[in-house]
Structure formats: C-alpha cells, structure tokens
Design a protein around this ligand. Structure first.
Ligand SMILES: Cc1cc2nc3c(=O)[nH]c(=O)nc-3n(C[C@H](O)[C@H](O)[C@H](O)COP(=O)(O)O)c2cc1C
Length: 309
C-alpha cells in the first residue's frame, strides 16, 4: 500500500449453523487478510436463544412464519467500537427470507450505527432459492442507511429436484453424504474454494478506493447465477408463504399444540403441492419459455444486479 495511506477496516459478519457459510467466508476473506494495509474483523451473529441444528420437523416449521414476516430475534451485542470502510455480510436463506438471526441483527440499533452510510457486500450460501430473500435484504439494508454494492451467491450442488431432498435431509439429520443417486448436500468444495477470487478483487478495489465510489466492485466474476426457471416458482411460493404464515401465527405461539396442528396440515399441503403443482408448473414454464423469453431475460438481469453474471 502507498505510504501515508490509512489502514482500511473491513467488518465481516455472518450467522452459520453447520459452519458452511463460515467456510465460504473464510475462503472469501483469506486474500483480504493477506492484503497489506487492510484489517479484517470477523464476527459471528449470536441469537440470545439459539436455534437447533440439526432441526426436528416441528422446530424447523415452527420458525416459518417469523422468518417470512421478518420478525427477527434478539441477538447478542457485538460491542464493536469505531467505524469500518466496508462491511461483508454473510447470510443464509430461511423460507425465502434472510435467516432470523440476521434479520434480528439488522433491525438492532447496533446494526443501524455500524451500517449507516457504509458500502456492503452480501454473501449468500443457500440451497438455490435466494431471489426474494435478497429483495427483503435490500429493504433491511436500506433501513440501516447502508449501500448495497455487490451480491455473491453460492448454491448447493446438484439439480433443484435433488437438492429439494438433499438440503432438507441435511438440515433435519445433519447428514451431508451422497446416497442412492443423490449428490452430497451443500455447496461443492471447489465452489467454496473458488470464493477466494472475490477477496482478491476486493483487495485491489480497496487499494484503489473503489469502495468510496458508486457501483459494484465484483463485476464479470460469476458472482451470481440466476436460474430463470425458478423465478416464477419463488414468487408463487412466497405468495403462499405469506398466507400460510399468517394462518400459523394466528393458530398460536411457537411450539404450541394449536400451531403444530396447522403446521402438520401445511406440511401435507406443501408435499402435495411439490408432487403435483411444481412439476406441472415446470412443464408449463418449459413450453411457454420461448414466448416469454424476453420478459424472463429482463427479470434475470434485474435479479443479477448489482454484481451481474
Ligand atoms: C429453516 C430453514 C429454511 C431454509 N430455507 C431455504 C430457502 O428458502 N431457500 C434456500 O435456498 N435455502 C434454504 N435453506 C438452506 C439454508 O439457506 C442454508 O443453505 C443451510 O441452512 C446451511 O447453512 P449454514 O449451515 O451455513 O447455516 C433453509 C435452511 C433452514 C435451516
């Protein structure tokens, strides 16, 4: 770094249950830590009441309405002093929404103080449905006064149809291994390792003071890959999530018998939907894709922002 330039401070925040997102951030941040003149401060967000992992069936669905409606939860204070030049925020997706601890943190007074006016890079590691969650993230960040500069997304290996089984199996049992014809659960090791390229680019961006300008710093790096076939599915699913969440909330508080009854009905409804409407929807989308290609391509470009493909 040029003599006389002040050390830049980067804050890395995350909430990870199995440690996968933490692994992604470790690879992402490693080149930044080696980059002269840059200081990284890596902190985990900790909910006051921890969430289980692996999850039981009912604990998994009990948090569904609170996740969808962005209620958040109480989180431990980070007690961070001073300011940062850049914030890297790692989050996972829970029911098409940022995970509850991340939402809870972003709604806290501490987040507002740390994020106001700061450039933020979001890093997501999830199954493969993150579009609506990132829309919600944009509004949470806007409420803190932060500027979203880039978004990097790593998704689980294997086709959507397979991860629909492998990811919940992992969440409910803790097992990630490949079985039958299903691939291993989670993001592929080589994809995680390749996340270091973003840290390298951020190192040169910070040296050029690019974080003080407008616009993305991680363009043309394959930061995101929007699956056009999942856009409609996510939008429809989210609409139904809003309705069911309201019903489940009305039924009773978390873990009450009444809430669990509605959750059981919802789970049966969801399974029926996945086995009938989802495949039918996929076939219809495939047929009408050529007719709607332009509109779908425009929507893909929208969701790819700010970093692009
Ligand atoms: C309650 C719950 C809901 C989830 N919902 C989604 C989802 O809507 N979309 C998605 O792509 N992944 C979803 N996932 C997977 C997570 O985004 C993430 O990949 C997984 O929790 C592993 O992250 P971690 O172990 O680093 O915390 C969900 C996971 C949990 C526990």
């Amino acid at each position: 770094m040029t003599a006389g330039k002040k050390t830049k401070r980067v804050l890395v925040l995350y909430y990870s249950q199995s440690g996968q997102l933490k692994k992604v951030l470790d690879k992402f941040v490693a080149p930044l830590e080696k980059c002269g003149g840059i200081e990284c401060d890596c902190r985990a967000i900790k909910p006051v009441i921890s969430y289980p992992y692996p999850w039981s069936f009912y604990s998994f669905f009990n948090i569904f309405p609170e996740a969808v409606y962005l209620d958040g939860c109480e989180v431990e204070a980070l007690d961070i002093k001073g300011e940062y030049d850049l914030i890297i925020l790692g989050y996972t997706v829970w029911f098409l929404s940022p995970s509850i601890p991340i939402t809870g943190f972003l709604k806290s007074a501490e987040a507002k103080r740390l994020f106001a006016g700061k450039p933020v890079v979001t890093v997501i590691a999830c199954r493969d449905m993150w579009l609506i969650a990132q829309e919600k993230m944009k509004s949470l960040l806007e409420n803190t006064g932060a500027h979203l500069r880039d978004n990097v997304v790593l998704t689980d290996q294997g086709k959507s149809l397979y991860t629909f089984i492998t990811t919940p199996r992992w969440m409910l049992t803790g097992k990630k291994n490949a079985f039958w014809f299903f691939p291993k659960a989670g993001v592929a090791d080589e994809v995680i390792a390749a996340a270091s390229r973003f840290g390298k680019r951020l190192c040169s961006a910070l040296r050029n003071d690019d974080e003080q300008k407008n616009g993305p710093m991680l363009r043309n790096m394959g930061a995101v890959n929007v699956n056009g076939k999942l856009i409609a599915t996510e939008r429809i699913a989210h609409r139904s999530f809003l309705i069911w969440s309201r019903l489940i909330k009305k039924a009773g508080p978390p873990n009450s018998r009444r809430r669990n009854v509605i959750i059981t009905i919802y789970a049966i409804f969801l399974l029926t939907l996945v086995l009938t409407v989802v495949p039918l929807n996929m076939i219809i989308r495939k047929i009408i894709y050529p007719l709607r290609k332009q509109a779908i391509d425009e929507t893909i470009t929208y969701y790819e922002q700010p970093s692009g493909k």
